[in-house]
Ligand binder design. Structure first.
Ligand code: TGC
Ligand code: FAD
Length: 395
């Protein structure tokens, strides 16, 4: 018997060196392509100006909703019911445009729709989820407080039962979408531990204010929330969760999406600098023909490939129900750090042009300063992995 003919060797794609795309199903590839088209046609042409003007491009929300991207990995309630790998690919493509656009989708889906679905009553799900999927109801997630976001168990915002209502006092800080949100998922301490409340925008005593003059995530809204004796009816309490595991469970969903999103930001920077290095001539040859530039580009490709494989395996584990939060921490830490280093290096390789908003690396680089801080700082994720290895919290 003759040996089977060997498969033909395939030249690696410079943007997908290990052909990770071949590990996706046809449906997953189609979703990725549809979102990529939207980002190329609608996000990238406007995002530099939006970032420059410190403006969230809210006009994109109806199209994002029409594409089915809000709560896209939720089944039912007019949501798309995609798997978690698809949700990851959606985050990757959106963040290739801008972290602020991905942030909007993360907060709406993973931080607001997820807790209503998982911890809410059937009445709350029916009331909010379809409108949130259509982008008609916008949500925000209030966990962080001025006194220390890494340690939410020490929150000062509290809720006290008064007859049939709860009365909330306190403040939240650094809240994405805060001033445009119709409903805030607010986590507050009660006599019974941490509970989640649906605070609606017109409830007396509830006010919001934008945090202005940011150097990062300028195309995203970041706000403060204030609660001055806000009276919330019992039907706005999330009935099915008590304790810090409620908000931390939401963070696991959003952090998972961020592991993919960071890859998108890295790819955008790498793609732009690779093209630039081929056409920029210095010392009588293209920049891409020098050893140092090739090493730096090779390093970018290596780190993007590693991140892609990490997130895809994480997504497969999430889809089969075996993913552990500490595995999400390792990928968030690895992928955001890789994206940050790639954005900074790409900025440098563009020379003076690298400081212009006309090129994307400096915008991604500045955005990633938020991405590495929010949803758990890099240190917190290192310590979560360390705690899993050593069996002891060292926070
Ligand atoms: P700890 O004792 O470890 O845990 C308390 C309870 O929660 C459970 N748990 C989790 N459950 C689900 N997912 C996770 N990731 C979980 N982590 C812990 C845990 O099993 C326990 O359950 P139980 O049943 O025993 O009560 O809590 P700790 O107080 O020691 O804190 C641990 C620590 C430091 C890891 C946690 O506080 C933390 O993750 N801190 C970082 C906070 C953070 O990430 N904040 C993000 C705010 S939201 C945001 O940034 C949005 S940005 C949005 C955007 O624009 O994209
Ligand atoms: P701190 O907790 O004060 O941390 C300060 C420094 O101390 C960090 O370097 C940290 O790594 C380090 N540190 C903390 N603990 C330890 C330790 N035990 N050992 C060693 N070092 C430690 N929050 C929300 O609830 N909802 C949102 O929608 C939201 N959106 C955000 C959007 C943006 C643009 C930003 C920047 C933040 C957002 N956040 C949001 C808040 C974010 O989650 C917090 O900023 C983050 O969790 C860190 O908290 P902190 O800013 O209070 O920093």
């Amino acid at each position: 018997m003759s040996a089977p003919a060997p498969a033909a060797v395939v030249e690696p794609d410079v943007f997908d060196f290990y052909n990770v795309r071949s590990l996706l199903t046809e449906d997953e590839r189609q979703i990725q392509d549809a979102v990529a088209r939207f980002v190329d046609e609608k996000v990238i042409p406007i995002i530099g100006d939006a970032f420059d003007a410190h403006r969230f491009p809210k006009e994109l929300v109806p199209e994002i909703a029409a594409l089915g991207l809000l709560g896209c990995n939720i089944d039912g309630y007019d949501c798309a019911g995609l798997n978690h790998v698809c949700y990851g690919l959606v985050c990757q493509e959106l963040e290739r445009g801008d972290s602020g656009v991905r942030s909007f989708v993360s907060v709406q889906g993973s931080l607001c729709m997820y807790p209503i679905l998982t911890y809410g009553s059937e009445e709350q799900r029916q009331r909010f989820l379809p409108g949130m999927a259509r982008g008609e109801i916008i949500g925000c997630f209030g966990l962080t407080e001025p006194d220390g976001g890494s340690d939410p168990g020490n929150m000062k915002t509290h809720a006290v039962k008064d007859g049939g209502d709860w009365v909330i006092n306190g403040a939240k800080m650094w809240i994405t979408n805060g001033t445009i949100a119709d409903v805030a998922i607010v986590w507050a301490m009660t006599d019974d531990g941490v509970r989640g409340f649906l605070v609606e925008k017109d409830m007396p005593g509830y006010t919001t204010r934008d945090i202005l003059k940011k150097f990062s995530l300028r195309a995203s809204i970041t706000s403060e929330l204030f609660f001055d004796n806000v009276r919330v009816p019992e039907e706005n309490l999330l009935p099915n969760v008590r304790g810090l595991k409620g908000p931390l469970g939401c963070l696991t969903q959003a952090r998972y999406g961020i592991t993919w999103g960071a890859i998108g930001a890295a790819i955008a920077c790498y793609r732009e600098v690779l093209e630039y290095a081929k056409v920029r001539e210095l010392f009588g040859r293209p920049l891409s023909h020098t050893q140092t530039i090739q090493r730096r580009l090779a390093d970018m490709s290596r780190r993007i490939t590693t991140a892609q494989l990490l997130s895809l395996q994480l997504g497969r584990m999430k889809d089969e129900g075996t993913m552990h939060p500490s595995q999400v921490s390792m990928a968030k830490w690895n992928n955001v750090r890789a994206a940050m280093d790639i954005a900074r290096d790409a900025r440098d390789m563009l020379g003076g042009s690298g400081i212009s908003v006309e090129f994307c690396p400096i915008r991604h680089m500045l955005n990633l300063e938020s991405v590495i801080t929010y949803e758990g700082t890099e240190t917190i994720h290192e310590l979560i992995v360390g705690s899993q290895l050593c069996g002891k919290h060292a926070f």
